[in-house]
Write a protein of this length. Structure first.
Length: 126
């Protein structure tokens, strides 16, 4: 299998969370990457929810999906320059990036254009 790529623009609205989850699951099914589906759905939900909750404005976010033989990488690009930070969760929230850090093999946040790109990677097992 060669590398497969897709990108999807979504509004920063609550309805984008299930939409992103559904599209990532459908891509993984089409690409025979179902082994990643459960973790990818959980983690993309967390990244998109963070944009919906914490990024002001109407600019679209972009969900990027990249699958190779050895790994899946999913990223969410938004218009905020505030770095993503996986602080310990509290009773008020903060579980999103902590969960991403706990489940993903790797994750990170980097500057991207006039905003940032927050990504996670899940590696193939076996």
């Amino acid at each position: 299998m060669s590398a497969l790529h897709a990108a999807l623009d979504l509004p920063p609205a609550p309805r984008s969370v299930p939409a992103a989850r559904r599209v990532v699951a459908q891509l993984l099914t089409a690409w025979a990457g179902e082994a990643y589906s459960d973790d990818a759905a959980l983690l993309v939900s967390e990244l998109v929810t963070n944009v919906v909750r914490h990024v002001a404005g109407d600019a679209a976010m972009t969900v990027e999906v990249h699958l190779t033989q050895t790994a899946l990488q999913v990223a969410v690009v938004d218009g905020s320059t505030t770095p993503a930070d996986a602080r310990p969760p509290t009773a008020q929230g903060g579980h999103g990036l902590w969960l991403v850090a706990a489940v993903a093999d790797r994750w990170g946040s980097e500057e991207h254009g006039r905003g940032k790109r927050v990504w996670f990677e899940l590696r193939a097992t076996g």
